[in-house]
Design a protein around this ligand. Structure first.
Ligand code: ZN
Ligand code: ZN
Length: 258
């Protein structure tokens, strides 16, 4: 019976792999989200992770922080963050389509992955967040694209954990250039003054900031800064993917910010 239903649904609503766009069975879509081949190439974040940004630690990093957080830890306004997947392999293509091609179904894969990740689920639950806040997008861009992918993800978290969604606290007041076209110094400047708090005196103790990708951490930092200026006491973040940039070797597994 299940197989028949699977076949019928596959014909009526043929789901596609969010990375390679191959048609996959409804059952495969429900259980793994991606086609068989892409699913095996996705790397969930697990094992030793950085205590601040949540990036997987490399073999030569024997402390609790990654090299990037050791460098920036005195200049950040967020306390801690977690990520579901490494920004590599099929996730890169899937994230691109999520942003650029209206493949918004990825938000369902995101929330299912949160449910499956017991450590992460507990991490969100035990922090008792007062609000979920999406990284804002420049209003013109939202109009052009039709949606802000961070807001779609934030809505899923808000529903799942019954935490109020607040997308009225900060706004993006400048459209920035795609980060992948810039050097590290240009990236910092690019984001300066890109975000602004829309209000002050916010009485929120602890919030969870949501974005799709964390690479240099510049966007998360600038939004966190604006939120703290607005009156939020503690900012934590959750992203779907985390990629790391390495000062010496350049980008290690990808970097983009659209
Ligand atoms: Zn695929
Ligand atoms: Zn880190």
């Amino acid at each position: 019976m299940y197989k028949v239903l699977d076949a019928i649904l596959t014909v009526i609503f043929p789901p596609r792999c969010p990375s390679c766009e191959d048609i996959i069975s409804y059952r495969q879509f429900q259980t793994r989200g991606f086609c068989e081949e892409c699913a095996t190439k996705i790397t969930p974040v697990r094992g030793r992770i950085c205590d601040i940004c949540g990036a997987p630690l490399r073999g030569n990093e024997d402390g609790v922080l990654c090299g990037n957080c050791v460098r920036r830890r005195n200049n950040i306004h967020y306390l801690q963050g977690r990520a579901l997947f490494e920004y590599s392999g099929p996730m890169k293509q899937a994230m691109y389509r999520f942003k650029a091609s209206h493949r918004t179904g990825l938000r369902k894969f995101f929330i299912k992955s949160v449910r499956k990740n017991r450590n992460l689920y507990r991490w969100i639950s035990r922090h008792n967040f007062d609000a979920v806040v999406p990284v804002p997008m420049f209003h013109d861009k939202v109009r052009r694209r039709g949606y802000n992918q961070a807001l779609l993800l934030a809505r899923e978290i808000s529903r799942e954990f019954d935490i109020p969604l607040r997308d009225d606290l900060v706004e993006r007041i400048e459209d920035t250039k795609p980060m992948k076209e810039l050097t590290e110094a240009e990236r910092k400047n690019n984001l300066k003054n890109a975000f602004k708090n829309r209000t002050i005196g916010v009485k929120l103790n602890r919030i969870l900031l949501i974005d799709d990708i964390f690479t240099t951490g510049g966007t998360i930092e600038e939004v966190s800064h604006a939120l703290v200026d607005a009156g939020v006491k503690q900012v934590y973040f959750l992203v779907m993917c985390i990629g790391r940039t390495d000062k010496k070797r350049g980008t290690s597994y990808g970097c983009t910010d659209m």
